[in-house]
Write a protein that binds this ligand. Sequence first.
Ligand code: NAD
Length: 472
Amino acid sequence: MTDRYTSFVHHGFGKTLAQKLGLPQPVPLRRHTPSAPVVTGPVLVLSTAPAAASGDSTTGASAGEHPPSDADAVATLLLNGLGSDELIDVRRSPHTAEGTRWGTVIVVATEVTHPNDLAAAMLPLGQVLRGLGQCGRVLFITRDPEEADRPAVAAARQAVISTMRSVAKELRRGATANALVLGADATVTGTPVLSALRFFLSPKSAFVSGQPVTISSDAGHVPENWDRPLDGQVAVVTGAAQGIGAEIAATLARDGARVVAVDIPAAGESLARVANRIKGTALQLDITSPDAAEVILTHAVDRYGRLDIVIHNAGITRDKLLANMDDDRWNSVMTVNIASQLAMNDHFLASEHFHRNPRIVSLASTSGIAGNRGQTNYGASKGGVIGMVTASAPLLAEHGGTMNAVAPGFIETTMTSKIPFATREVARRLNSLQQGGHPVDVAETIAFLVSPASVGINGVVVRVCGQNLVGA
Ligand code: NAD
């Protein structure tokens, strides 16, 4: 599914016109297919640590007698196929492979202690960026600036994150840049880093760019089968009859979960189609009803004996400038988008059926982060989601679980197709990838966050917005 403008500027007259006028020429993004490898093309591992930077082998070990650096450890993870039997071509120096089209460049900057340390990796990165392949990946790994013990360390770590954001804006041809930010209890060899590498290096993260994702601990376990990490688990997806929710349901089912698809009775027919397609069950339910959580829990436990994952996806918009806002528009959005989730979470968390490594992901929005004209009600509700997730994460951790949010930007769905043409076209292009995302991009991000390998990622908001250029 490529939008019409993207097709137009890649063929014949449209291509010539776009080149002459300097118009955006977004490339169709590479997306996950079942048999495709996680990593495409050679991976270059650069380091801000001088000893590792001098390593020139493809074995993952640097020259000399230095203890293994974090960059060595990352190179070894890659050489071990990121936990599967995939053969990955790993290089430690750009000079060993002159003229290479890189699939990925990883900059390991966990050991920086001063902003002056950055040049050792950032300048070599600059030299290889032109050789980054279509839909290539740049991934930075650093530590949390807020946990630094000295201003110079904090400055260096924050500078890594900011470099990442600027690099993401300089990349073209569908390439992305993101950062893993490790907390004090997280190591580069921990399972969540493995999980994050498998996500960020693969086409599953096609529309995620410019994002720092904090990994707070090494908690999590490697699934027996990376293709079915959710085997044996039961997931509930609200608003699953169409759009992003239908895609989340399909993606979690692909990953092995048995899925309860929830939507309002009026969407019953399409809900049944989604549930049949993924061999799940359909549950017609308005999530604002006072007994919604009880009905969901009873349904999941009666059918499958358990509930492991809840995805709060159902959401509505009722746009108006605040000056023209009425009670109904304000209250209905707040009730569906946030109040219902707070009430359901209270109920789920009080139930012993939801105490075995429970996982929740809630749909926020970039409007809840940056604000949006005409969306005070919607932005408030989605900001509420972010506040709820941050505060609830420790409660889930008590039971070995997590709660996170994804914040989509412009995603091609029925919701966004209702935006007037000119506004829609501008909204769609104003991100670093110059196109709208697909529902599957949100779904893949959620699948990454609920993976048993990602338990060390808790209380974060991951934007799936192609790095929106306007707002935060
Ligand atoms: P959509 O309108 O296509 O689908 C939403 C689904 O939720 C519908 O099937 C609807 O029937 C269901 N729903 C609404 N109220 C409900 C209720 N009370 N009980 C049960 N089900 C209910 O929307 P979408 O574009 O797929 O968006 C899904 C989520 O992603 C929403 O939370 C939305 O706010 C968020 N989001 C979407 C975008 C985007 O660009 N599409 C951007 C940012 C955030």
